[in-house]
Each structure stands twice: as structure tokens, then as C-alpha cells.
Ligand binder design. Sequence first.
Ligand SMILES: [Zn+2]
Length: 64
Amino acid sequence: MSDTMKGQRLRGGVRPSRRYSEGRVCEERDCTTKISMYNRREFCHAHAPVRFPRVRGRILPEGT
Ligand SMILES: [Zn+2]
């Protein structure tokens, strides 16, 4: 059972760093904010999709 061909790992040598295209700008229309090439997001900080945190506990009734 020799499985050496499978899952061989490259040692040293070329180590491609994860980069994204240079000089990108925010995908938002008319937004010219530059995005770092190390940032994988398509939008700038201001336009990044917001993730709402889960509401814990119960929702308080209005007009408390
Ligand atoms: Zn933007």
C-alpha cells in the first residue's frame, strides 16, 4: 500500500502567495475606493455587505 504519489506536498521552492489583482476598486457603482490586493473582498469597507449578528434572547416588545 504505497500512496506516495497521492497527497505529495511541495517542499520549499515556489510558494505562491495568495494575491488578488492589483489596483482593484470597490465594486460598488461610482465608488473608487481602492482595495488592497490582499483583500479578497470586492467591496470597500463602506460597501461591504453587512452581516447582522444573531439576536440573542428574545426581542423586547416595542414601547417598553
Ligand atoms: Zn465602496
